[in-house]
Design a protein around this ligand. Structure first.
Ligand code: NAP
Length: 517
């Protein structure tokens, strides 16, 4: 179920919010502490204002939250409990009573068959014994609610472990704050009775709450069933990633029961534990966790072993396989030019340069790596040459290229010897530094293919200058789309392989069926 928190200062505004979000909510929480004083008085004085009259055809929670628990109640505790008790006969479905609120307050609700949510809100630290805390809450309530400000993925993992150990439907366990997002999007997979949401433009009832429309439309909350396969983008930050739109649109197009969600993660060891708890079928991995994913995957292919970076994880039975789709994604837009690629210059010596250098060298192109900090170019070039030796010793068919290093901006002469392809992989030119050109005085003669892997902005200062000189250009958007397409293909194969092992169902690979059977 989706609970919409009503956080406006008047009852009428709250009714308007419900009207706007009606199709995205199964339950509303009226936050009496956020009503203004006159509205609170109106509610308590007018006995005809029952929950079904105020909020028809929807389940309701009555809540009046203390400051210490993240609320805005400005009166005394005695006044708060008196107000709550005066509302016991107003036919709310649930009342939220914090741990420790006495039975003198809960009894009138029990008599009226209002179900009790026993809640704890922790803003400082995790309870030492999460399972024990939930058991204590459950002993005095119908629903145990534990909301904790999580400091990172390890905390999220501990919450998920405790929630999944309980019978489904009797608890709500959530992580507040950025890293807690998976607990809000996957509440059902934690056995939670519901997830809390607030309209994006209103007052958030708790840190990290998602807009109800975003939850259903962007994150497909309602379509996550028992058998739905889960995929994620893992990084920090991930909130601005377009990957959920990209992959979810394709899952829908291909009619796959699969959903792709953002997982903000601070630490990869805890992420791998969490991934297993949620049975994540695959993930895209982005900054700053590509190295952590490479270290934590159960098996990795050559692209990961030799670049040290993993941007894609897929699950096969109980293990995670790591690959790096930046390598084929980078090469894909170069296919029309492959004949011209005897040599290339790579600008930059960071993680992306490693994948680009590996892709070029392993297909036999000699590479000059130039970087602002020359020592990093030297060390990358040495690493890549070692990787190529190891690759060719394992595979006779590979005739790799050779890497050498240079510095910026002193290598223009050397660069001109490698100019058939110039690949820009440094962050120079990326938003907000859009005027930056890493080789500002290099005179293009129009014969070069210039490939800038930056995709924000789509056309960098370097690309615009190369175009003016008549060069063929490739932008970062093409590489991004190509690596995402390779990734999607891996996710789709994972989906069908999981379906086959789960039910023996003949996979539909979106291809033409061939063979003798
Ligand atoms: P990284 O590991 O942080 O490396 C950054 C590189 O940029 C280093 O070589 C650094 O040089 C250089 N650099 C930074 N500022 C510079 C400046 N003002 N002038 C000259 N050089 C400068 O980053 P990364 O992971 O390699 O990513 C680099 C870029 O590639 C990012 O813009 C990223 O978005 C893009 N990318 C695109 C795709 C795609 O699909 N299109 C995929 C991956 C990455 P020093 O060593 O001297 O610091």
């Amino acid at each position: 179920m989706i609970c919409l928190c009503l956080t406006a200062p008047t009852l009428d505004e709250n009714r308007d919010i419900l009207r706007r979000y009606r199709s995205n909510a199964d339950l509303v929480e009226l936050r009496v502490d956020l009503l203004n004083r006159s509205e609170r008085e109106r509610l308590s004085d007018d006995r005809s204002l029952t929950a079904p009259k105020l909020f028809p055809r929807v389940k309701t929670i009555l809540t009046c939250r203390l400051n210490a628990d993240g609320g805005a109640w400005d009166g005394t505790e005695e006044e708060r409990l008196k107000l709550l008790c005066s509302l016991a006969e107003r036919q709310f479905t649930f009342v939220d009573l914090e741990d420790g609120v006495s039975s003198a307050c809960s009894d009138p609700f029990v008599e009226q068959k209002v179900r009790i949510i026993r809640s704890i809100h922790r803003f400082e630290s995790m309870p030492e014994d999460v399972a024990g805390t939930l058991a204590r809450l459950k002993a005095t309530g119908d629903i145990a609610k534990l909301a904790v400000s999580v400091r990172g993925t390890a905390d999220v993992d501990a919450l998920v472990e405790a929630a999944q150990a309980l019978p489904a439907g009797g608890h709500v366990v959530l992580g507040m704050g950025k890293y807690g997002l998976p607990t809000r999007l996957l509440a059902g997979r934690m056995g939670c009775a519901w997830t809390y949401t607030s309209p994006q433009r209103g007052v958030q009832a708790a840190p990290g709450q998602v807009d109800p429309r975003e939850l259903t439309e962007r994150y497909h909350y309602r379509s996550i069933g028992r058998d739905t396969l889960l995929f994620a983008i893992v990084g920090d930050p991930v909130s601005h990633s377009k990957s959920p739109e990209y992959h979810n649109a394709r899952f829908q197009r291909d009619e796959l029961d699969a959903v792709y969600l953002p997982f903000p993660v601070d630490e990869m060891t805890a992420f791998f534990r969490l991934a297993k708890r949620f049975s994540l079928s695959g993930a895209s991995v982005t900054v700053p966790h590509k190295q952590g994913a490479a270290a934590g995957a159960d098996y990795v292919d050559d692209t990961v072993r030799e670049t040290g970076a993993c941007n894609t994880l897929v699950r096969e039975q109980d293990i995670y396989l790591g690959t790096n789709t930046d390598v084929p994604g980078f090469l894909s837009p170069l296919i029309p030019y492959l004949e011209r690629l005897a040599c290339a210059c790579v600008i930059g010596a960071g993680g992306a340069a490693r994948a680009v250098g590996y892709a070029l060298l392993s297909r036999g192109t000699d590479v000059l790596i130039v970087n602002r900090t020359e020592s990093r170019a030297e060390s990358l070039s040495a690493d890549l040459n070692r990787a190529m030796e190891s690759l060719s010793s394992r595979d006779d068919g590979v005739l790799p290229g050779r890497a050498r290093a240079g510095s910026l901006p002193n290598s223009y002469e050397a660069l001109s010897g490698y100019r058939s392809l110039i690949v820009q992989t440094s962050s120079c030119g990326m938003e907000p530094d859009v005027q930056c050109d890493p080789i500002p005085d290099y005179p293009f003669d129009g014969s070069e293919i210039v490939y800038d892997i930056i995709y924000t902005p789509e056309r960098t200062a370097l690309i615009r200058r190369a175009e003016r000189a008549g060069c063929a250009v490739i932008t970062g958007g093409s590489m991004f789309a190509a690596q995402a397409a390779v990734q999607y293909d891996l996710f789709r194969r994972t989906y069908w392989s999981a379906q086959r092992s789960r039910s023996g169902v003949e996979p539909r690979y979106n291809g033409v069926k061939r063979g003798f059977r």
